[in-house]
Write a protein that binds this ligand. Structure first.
Ligand SMILES: Cc1ncc(COP(=O)(O)O)c(C=O)c1O
Length: 440
């Protein structure tokens, strides 16, 4: 009989946003004349600059002429786009990359999910909590469980019980009961107590997920903090998976846009970037992943696998390339032409304005809540504001409260992990009028 992957049953229901939408609908039915201010939007709302759309149209026209028609392109992406990425996203920060270190894809979500293919199950994986859920879910699907002692060693357990008690089991953790702990997930709490900076875990992780600027907390790591992780990874031969989907939102000096700004990072890190939040491509779909050729690790071959019995040094770039070519057939030519146009002066000017618009929204939202007596974080180098919920309330109770009182919708922090309990995510992706009309 067929055996399905039972790990899918360990995932929590993806109910967070559907629950938010359901509550919003119910509120509208009850209060048809009241306005809802939606600060829960996790998607861009500004249209794509005209020049990018015109370029895409031109690329479409090429498809109808036999002289310019294109079929399959290179799985890793066209050089015309990779050259622009290297020049404008990396060379300007003093980072050199070869064309074959850049892999174009249809989204960072897919890339951070697919990267799990490269690693054996027997790895300890460290993930920040709260978290962009894809990192955790894809590791659970791959058969890793959350290591129990990491849950009991901090306040997460208490928070987790709160979440469960409420009946909103947004984030039910599957605790690992196995004796052998070669494999598993360590959650690294990020909260106001540690200034949202994850502590290096007591158990050495093989794989470390870092996302900065962070979704959902909107916080960042400065160069010194990020260097600590790079040095740690070097010392312990770990690999850092660095998601910088929001790097374009960085406004402060001394905050790295790329992990490769840190010396030695090419030996330990893979970086994920996306055109989604930078250029409004959430619907078009284009992203890229950098896998430096310096990133190499040893594969220990068992006797039966190798006649020579020697271990093998493997280039991570090579095996990612193999995975990519085996499972992916490239982003469409027209989309890549659109992504190339992102780097032209006209598009850059408009895209920077869009980001400023979202950041200003975030600033207004944050200020209004702070003036009303709340503690709020993020919103400076990120479109996300991470609000502390008043003491004694869970994040879902707070959701109900501010929807009922002020017509405001946000996202309960508990949906992002046990350490998200007690917090609330607000975003600057909505309309300026909404941010300005906020009354708390
Ligand atoms: C941290 C983070 N990484 C990656 C993504 C996904 O990006 P993409 O649209 O390229 O799949 C998101 C989207 O919300 C995100 O918040």
């Amino acid at each position: 009989m067929i055996k399905l992957n039972k790990n899918f049953l360990k995932l929590q229901d993806n109910y967070l946003f559907s629950e938010v939408n359901k509550k919003m609908r119910q509120y509208k039915e009850k209060n048809p004349n009241k306005k809802i201010i939606n600060l829960g939007i996790g998607d861009v709302t500004r249209p794509i600059p005209k020049i990018i759309v015109e370029t895409i149209k031109m690329a479409c026209d090429e498809m109808k002429e036999s002289a310019t028609f294109r079929g399959y392109g290179p799985e890793q992406g066209y050089d015309f786009l990779k050259e622009k990425i290297i020049k404008y996203d990396y060379n300007i920060r003093g980072i050199n990359l070869d064309l074959d270190e850049v892999f174009i894809s249809d989204g960072s979500k897919c890339d951070v999910g697919n990267i799990v293919d490269l690693f054996a199950k027997e790895n300890i994986v460290a993930i920040t909590d709260p978290v962009y859920p894809v990192y955790l879910d894809t590791n659970i699907i791959a058969g890793r469980n959350i290591l129990k002692e990491e849950i009991t060693s901090n306040s997460s357990k208490l928070k987790l019980n709160n979440i469960k008690k409420e009946g909103h089991i947004a984030f039910e953790l599957q605790e690992d009961t196995e004796k052998n702990k070669l494999s598993g997930i360590i959650l690294m709490p990020c909260n106001k107590e540690n200034n949202f900076i994850p502590k290096i875990p007591s158990k050495i992780p093989d794989i470390i997920y870092l996302c900065y600027p962070n979704n959902p907390t909107g916080t960042v790591l400065n160069k010194k903090e990020l260097k600590k992780w790079v040095d740690y990874a070097k010392e312990n031969e770990s690999i850092i998976l660095f998601d910088s989907a929001y790097e374009a939102y960085i406004t402060e000096e001394n905050i790295p846009h790329s992990i490769y700004e840190i010396e030695g990072a090419k030996e330990v890190a893979i970086e994920f970037r996306s055109f989604s939040k930078t250029a409004g491509f959430t619907g078009l779909r284009c992203a890229y992943t950098i896998v430096p050729k310096e990133l190499k690790r040893e594969i220990k071959l068992e006797e039966r696998d190798s006649s020579s019995r020697n271990n093998t040094i493997v280039s991570v770039n090579k095996i990612w390339n193999r995975r990519h070519c085996t499972k992916f057939n490239g982003v469409s030519y027209i989309t890549q032409r659109g992504a190339e146009a992102v780097y032209c002066e006209e598009a850059q000017k408009e895209l920077k304005e869009n980001i400023k618009y979202y950041l200003t929204n975030a600033k207004i939202i944050k200020e209004k809540f702070v003036n009303a007596g709340f503690n709020a974080y993020g919103g400076v180098n990120s479109p996300y504001v991470w609000l502390e919920v008043p003491k004694g309330k869970t994040s879902w109770e707070f959701f109900d409260d501010i929807l009922e009182k002020y017509g405001i919708v946000g996202t309960p922090g508990s949906g992002f992990g046990p350490n998200g309990e007690g917090y609330f995510r607000l975003t600057g992706f909505g309309k300026r009028e909404d941010a300005e009309s906020l009354v708390i």
